[in-house]
Design a protein around this ligand. Sequence first.
Ligand code: ADP
Length: 575
Amino acid sequence: MLFFNKMRKRNSVRWLFLSLGIVAVLALTAMNIYSLYALRESTIESAKDNKKSQLDEFTFQVRHQFGGPFRELRKLDIEKLENSWEVSGNFPAHFIDVLVKASEDPLYDNIYYHPSDSDACYEETQALYKFDPELKMFTLANDVPELVCDGFGISNSRVKALIDEYRFNNKVTFDAHRSMNLALINLDKRAVIGHLNFTINREYLVNEVIAKKLQEQFGPTEETGIVVWLRDWIQDEILSGSDEQYTYNRDVYEIDMRQRFPEMLENWVLHASFLQSPTVAATNASLTRNLIVLGFAVIVLFGALVFMFINAQRERELAQRQAGFLANITHELKTPLAVMQAAGENISDGRVKDGERLKSYGEHIYNESVRLRKMIEKLLDVAKVDSGQTVLEQAPHKLDALVTDFLNSNGQYIRSKGFELNYESESDLPLVMIDPDHIETIISNLVENAIKYSSEEKQIDIQLKKNNDFVEISVADKGDGIAKKAQKLIFEKFYRVENSLTAKTKGHGLGLAIVKNMVELNGGTIDVKSTEGKGATFTVSFPALIKGHDHPSPAQLGSKTNGSEIKNIDSKQYV
Ligand code: ADP
């Protein structure tokens, strides 16, 4: 009782650990998948951030391009410039050099000067000058393009708005992509002495500066994973792109980022689409790889858990059956001994003198000793199998002859139990390599079971036939049959189907385990076909000795295998 309680407790613990194990595996898997995806997201995010800062950097580079000649401007003494202009109508030589350099830069078409802080083109009195790089001086300009007037106008109003607080001696203002304007500021007087206007060469800016830089920095898309276009949003026009293979189309390429040029080229904006970069592609590939490995590991882990659990369950069942068997066998051994002891005592005391009674006592002793012998034989068989000491004495035999021998000695007994016994054999069966003692044990166990488990219709059919390269013996009954799910288990040691019939019959679940072991030792297989309530057919088949080998060799005739050689087979069977 204590033993079974303990077993039940252990079983719940096993279930608990299986559930915990499954939960742990699931939690670990979920965590791993989550972190793999998080890692991928962060890689993609950082790749995006990287691209964003590249775009930012790009616009600064373009801006830098415009500042070329004016880097040193902050050190200029504006008062000196003003005086020089008032006295000579020109700027000092070092500043003229700066302007010559600017006019050599293909980015600028012309340079104009308006020496006043008033609106340049709308007051007749106001003079406008154009720089002549050959003469290195400004000359009065009569025909000034409208874009120059616009530039001066923008520069003038921008500076006026901030001059009171301003800290530098010049202020650069862009009129979109048309002109760059430079206001010269006398900080002491807080006044503008004049505005310089640099008209921009749009073609050069677009095709030579921006387009080239775009291609250098962002192309080819295959390698960088980004495509950038320069778009004029007022004109709704694409001016250039980083890769010619990619035509701007928002239905095809999603615009992931828009980047303006800081304080310049206001009508223009960079549109960038992030395609799959090599880093992202590699991250995706590694994600897939990791998921596959993870999936595989989880399957293996689950498999191992379930396998261990099933194994433990099996062992538990075996231990339970063994415990039941021990309790049972003690009782089974004691009963015939008690009967024999009582009968023997009565006879030896001389108390029983009557011939009839003496005979009946003798029969009791005989029957019980036969029962005891059979039980002990079975136990010994199991012990031999377990310890790998079964002795195999194989020789080529005719199975029909062995079955006939068996029926000659046992037919009478079978019929005495009320059974109809039918035997049928094909003629000319091939020989098989078997141990005849084993065949006797096999058939007697199968027949004994057929007798035990037939309650209504009592009929046993034994059949022998050739099936391809095998010789088959089948023992069929019309008894109670075996449920489908029990059919796999009946060959296990100590297994007995639990129903009212087995409760009534004596047995320990050893017969079929012994049969299966002996069949396999002799190179055969055993199979059962049964429908509950309609009987069972056990079929044992052995490989036939093929033609040409029908006449056994001396070696085959003398074949004797001892326990050590078959140990492996035994241990496989009865782990
Ligand atoms: P035992 O007969 O001692 O219980 P066995 O190993 O011979 O042990 O059989 C195992 C179980 O298989 C039996 O308990 C019985 O339930 C079932 N069994 C075996 N042979 C038959 C049969 N011919 N018909 C129905 N059930 C059978």
